[in-house]
Each structure stands twice: as C-alpha cells, then as structure tokens.
Design a protein. Structure first.
Length: 259
C-alpha cells in the first residue's frame, strides 16, 4: 500500500498511521505514550468500548440533534477538545488551529496549560468556545495572574487540573531524551545521535530554503491545506514538519520561470 494522503483518510486510525510515519519518533512518542507501563492507555480505551450505541428503528430521522447545554451555553455535541500540551512540537500554530476547529464545530476547546500560544490569541479566534486548563502553581501570584487573564479574555470556563500531585514517569520520553529538547545547548548535545542528525538536517534545509527566498529562486504554488483555506506553500518543500522551533524543508529549489 502506498503512502496515504490526508484527503484519502476515512477514520482516526488512518490519521494515526500518517502521524507515525511523518513525525520524528521523539514527537510521536510524546503524543502516543502514557505513564510507566502504559496500562492506563488500555484501560481508558476499554472504558469507551463498554458504551454501546442503541439504534431505534421506524422513527423520523430527518431532523437529528445532539446539542447539549453546558454552563448555560449550547454546543453542537456533548464532547469537546481536551487539553494537549506542546502541540507546536508537531504542528506550528496547532493551539490556534484547535481553537478554530472548535469554533467551526461549535464544541468546547480546553486550551492546555502547557500550550505554545497565548490565552488571548485563542480567545480572539474562538471567544464562545474557549476554556482554559489551570495547573495550579506553587506561586499563588502565578495562579492569580492566569485566572485574571482567563476572566479578562472572557473565557467560558476555567478547568482546574489536579491529576499530577507528583511528577509523572513517561518512559518513552525518558528513553528519547525528551526533556533535553527544551533545554540549552549542552542539554541538546546529550540527545541521541539520530535525533541530533535529524535536527541538523532541519537547520541546513531551512537555511537552503532561506537562500532560495533571498535569491528569488523559490517558486510558490497554491495548495489546499487540511482544515484551512487555500494557502501558499514553498514548492521546494515536498515534506514539512516541525521539530522544536525548526522547520524541516526538504529543499530542492527550482528557479521560477521568467516572465
């Protein structure tokens, strides 16, 4: 089976396989992994499997409504987008994309306390769908500031998270050296050679793309991005993903045809 494109996916498992193929292992394991032996992941999945859909036949289904009123606001469905931290590791601007998706689907979006975008930026995109996750800090002044910003931005709810009384042991992250991704230079040098090689190739490819832009030799074309309107992507980048703060552009620049 050849590589699947985003417009060929039919379910979540298809997207899961695409993400595993395209993302660096250190990023995919951060999303996919759980704590210690990861038995909690299996338990959570099994819990959903216990719920069955009960079909009702010979009834009028011309009009269907699964809306639900929560905290005085009516949403289109009784579920929403749960908080996911560090999303910019695998998609630049992902926090705001999630806010946009929640707005368009009219469901709640709980912004992670470890998000890369600001509370205010997401509130501008989804003012009626934006909630915020608060991890209580030891410094009460930090908590007070986050609560004030949430209120000033007009968010619909503040979600207090209490599931980490102690630091978690995410074994995949430990093996991959994930903590060093956000550290300084000396910490980064302790990453696995394969990860360092990938990061270096990202930097070199990005530099090549910048040279293309500077010399005017980078052609551009209009493409359709998932969940986005038509946008412009560099033609010299057949594959793009994000590792930390560096774009990977597989740069094979071609000079734009002269007019």
């Amino acid at each position: 089976m050849g590589k699947m494109r985003i417009d060929q996916t039919v379910n979540i498992e298809d997207l899961h396989r695409m993400a595993k193929r395209r993302l660096p292992k250190i990023a995919f394991d951060f999303i996919e992994g759980g704590l210690e032996d990861e038995r909690g992941l299996e338990t959570n999945t099994s819990a959903f499997h216990k719920h069955k859909l009960l079909p009702r036949y010979l009834v009028d289904v011309s009009t269907r409504d699964q809306s639900k009123t929560i905290f005085g606001q009516t949403f289109a469905s009784p579920f929403g987008i749960s908080p996911t931290g560090g999303t910019s590791l695998f998609r630049d601007g992902a926090d705001l994309m999630l806010a946009e998706a929640a707005r368009d689907a009219n469901i709640p979006y709980i912004m992670s306390g470890a998000s890369n975008a600001s509370i205010e930026a997401a509130a501008k995109i989804a003012p009626k769908n934006h909630w915020y996750q608060l991890y209580a800090a030891r410094d009460h002044a930090v908590n007070a500031d986050l609560i004030k910003r949430t209120a000033d931005a007009g968010l619909g709810a503040l979600v207090l998270t209490v599931d980490t009384p102690v630091g978690s042991k995410r074994e995949r992250n430990i093996r991959n050296g994930f903590a060093n991704v956000r550290g300084g230079l000396f910490q980064a040098l302790s990453l696995k050679p394969s990860i360092l090689a990938e990061a270096l190739s990202n930097i070199l490819s990005a530099a090549a793309a910048r040279r293309c832009l500077a010399t005017g030799s980078l052609t551009r074309r209009r493409v359709r991005m998932p969940n986005r309107s038509t946008s412009t992507r560099a033609q010299c980048a057949p594959s793009m993903h994000r590792l930390g703060a560096t774009w990977r552009l597989t740069a094979s620049c071609s000079r734009a045809p002269s007019s």
